[in-house]
Design a protein around this ligand. Structure first.
Ligand code: ATP
Ligand code: MG
Length: 577
């Protein structure tokens, strides 16, 4: 490819709406152009990268025994009603109607469709296990499409689905996919951690995510992990052993009574006023889950993990209640207490307590009267007969690993893929059955396995860049090498560059010749920004038979002969295949 012909427009500035490095760099280097919120054009450079990621994924999926197919992007409502997700999926599902008023949706994922496909074909145990996958655009009406390709509304995903006859078969395939994922991300030049996670809207029991560990804001997940064993989990699923288990306030409070605590609206103010540690306070938080109020109780020095609370209630959407809503809810319960003084006493709504509450004795709690708290309280003082306990707590770094007891660490991560053990979550309601050895009809035991193709490409930029631009891993770079003649008017420089270019092409190397009549500085800047793994500069030293060879990963410069440069690139590319 000649640079003068390459369909690319690099920008002088980062786009103003870009928050994270990958979005900034991919836009500025001419890889993507935004069409509308969360929807991007993949320009030729980007498309080359995406195809490379896709092909690595394809290669490993095929090697792992999966078969590729392609399902439609537009899906009929009926199948979603069968699975129960037409109601359950929430606003991310983009619903629409056709000219006959039939309801449809844009595919955010394909469990329903693949299950319908499978039940028509996989009728006997003899055909199982089977794993089918596709690589395709998905649409999710994300609340906050941001971070460019990392969280788009339209994005490319590889989604695979396995069908088997038993839990053992599923676990075997799950491990098979986990290994394929390790291979895929390694080949893409990405270091990942496999972490336990919540199963979310997809459902099922066991699931893991593959996280690219990052220190930047682009990592939307907190990952808790242990250096001493293999424990690693998303914050929405992480558990820990707390440093201190039983909390008893008896040395502070000799008896149970109601005391004045004027203007103590926060936990800090209250613990300061009473001169007690915040561990002795029972915190009560009002959430709205699918329009219903829920009161969550937790030891006040700890925070509620919203996904855990959502799962405990079995809802779809969760948010903390506004002060206006809290006012309404209090009124309905016959109180007028404001936040800071709220508690479970006398409240008629769903109440769920975190496990930390189990171990609290003689604590401090709001009793729905302003400017007072009950101290030295126990659950029996609050008129609560039975409390539902769940793990609602957000783990903190330094708490102890549930596996080995060493302190946990935390880091941020970008989820590039995940694997789920679905079991019969879809096959049962959709009556997707096969006939078993014993002649009985049984639902498939299913798994599903996703990889964000476009997100993986963006994550690679997050992991590989410097202030000058992208540093693509060779395996997914749009081109392997750029040849830059410093002066296009210099005949020797041009003829050498062209000769190398042809030689590289004839050896299957994806090379770009920067034939533009631009200053060398401009060409170098573009080369760094676009992120070609190798740059061969043909300048004045060519009169002595030398060129400059630059490796973008390290920015290391070496003087060598043109033949040697060509050989070096050919060798490097051979090694990735
Ligand atoms: P997230 O928690 O980041 O929203 P998810 O749990 O919804 O992800 P899945 O439904 O399991 O993700 O989709 C499989 C893969 O698709 C994810 O691991 C991720 O790599 C990718 N993906 C999901 N949502 C997006 C998005 N909005 N933009 C780009 N890629 C996405
Ligand atoms: Mg999501």
């Amino acid at each position: 490819m000649k640079m003068s012909k390459l369909f690319v427009q690099t920008l002088r500035e980062f786009p103003s709406d870009a928050e994270v490095i990958s979005h900034k760099m991919l836009a500025r280097a001419g890889y993507i152009r935004k069409l509308t919120s969360g929807v991007y054009n993949y320009l030729p450079l980007m498309w080359r990268v995406l195809k490379k990621v896709e092909n690595i994924v394809r290669d490993e999926m095929d090697k792992a025994g999966a078969q590729e197919l392609l399902m439609p992007f537009v899906q009929p409502k009926e199948l979603w009603v069968e699975s129960g997700r037409w109601e359950a999926y929430g606003k991310e599902l983009m619903r629409l109607k056709d000219r006959h008023n039939r309801e449809m949706c844009l595919g955010p994922t394909h469990e329903e469709i693949i299950t319908a496909v499978a039940r028509d074909v996989l009728k006997s145990y003899k055909q199982l296990p089977t794993n089918l996958y596709q690589i395709q655009s998905k649409f999710r009406d994300e609340v906050r499409p941001r971070f460019g390709l990392l969280r788009g509304r339209e994005f490319i995903m590889k989604d695979a689905y396995s069908f088997g006859t038993s839990q053992e078969e599923l676990e075997k395939e799950y491990e098979n996919m986990a290994q394929a994922y390790r291979n895929i991300f390694k080949r893409c030049g990405l270091e990942t951690k496999m972490v336990q996670s919540d199963s979310g809207a997809i459902g099922g029991n066991v699931s893991h995510e593959f996280m690219v560990i990052t220190t930047t804001d682009a990592g939307e997940n907190d990952v808790f992990y242990c250096d001493d064993c293999d424990y690693a989990a998303n914050s929405n699923h992480a558990v820990s052993n707390l440093p201190e288990a039983v909390i008893d306030g008896k040395e502070y409070f000799k008896e149970t009574k109601v005391v004045d605590t004027p203007n103590t609206h926060s936990i800090e103010e209250l613990s300061e006023f009473l001169k007690i540690p915040s561990t002795l306070i029972l915190k009560s938080l009002v959430y709205i889950i699918d329009k219903n109020p829920v009161l969550a109780l937790i030891r006040a020095d700890k925070a509620v993990e919203e996904t855990k609370l959502l799962n405990a209630v079995g809802g779809i959407e969760i948010r903390i209640a506004t002060s206006g809503e809290i006012g309404e809810i209090m009124k309905e319960n016959g109180f007028n207490a404001i936040p800071g003084f709220i508690g479970p006493k006398g409240m008629k709504l769903t109440i769920i307590a975190d496990n930390t509450v189990k171990n609290m004795k003689n604590f401090v709690v709001g009793i729905n009267q302003n400017d007072v708290h009950m101290v030295g309280a126990n659950l029996s003082d609050l008129g609560i007969d039975e409390l539902k306990y769940e793990d609602l707590r957000l783990v903190e770094a330094g708490e102890y690993c549930p596996q080995c007891g060493r302190p946990l660490k935390v880091t941020r991560g970008i989820e590039v893929g995940n694997i789920f053990q679905l079991g019969t979550k879809y096959s049962k309601p959709m009556n997707a059955v096969y006939s078993d050895v014993d002649g009985k009809l049984k639902p498939y035991i299913m798994g599903c396995y996703g990889i964000g193709i476009s997100r993986t490409a963006a994550a690679a930029v997050e992991a590989h860049h410097d202030e000058h631009g992208i540093k693509w891993p060779l395996a997914i770079a749009p081109y392997h090498v750029v040849i830059v003649p410093v002066s296009t008017k210099d005949e020797l420089q041009m003829s050498t560059a062209e000769k190398m270019y042809k030689e590289l092409l004839s050896n299957g190397i994806e090379a770009v010749l920067d034939d533009r009549d631009e200053r060398a500085g401009v060409k170098f800047k573009d080369a760094d920004l676009i992120g070609f793994p190798y740059r061969i500069t043909v300048g004045k030293t060519i009169t002595e038979g030398n060129i400059e060879f630059v490796t973008r990963q390290t920015n290391e410069k070496t003087t060598m002969k043109p033949d040697e440069a060509v050989k070096t690139v050919i060798e490097a590319v051979k090694n990735i295949k």
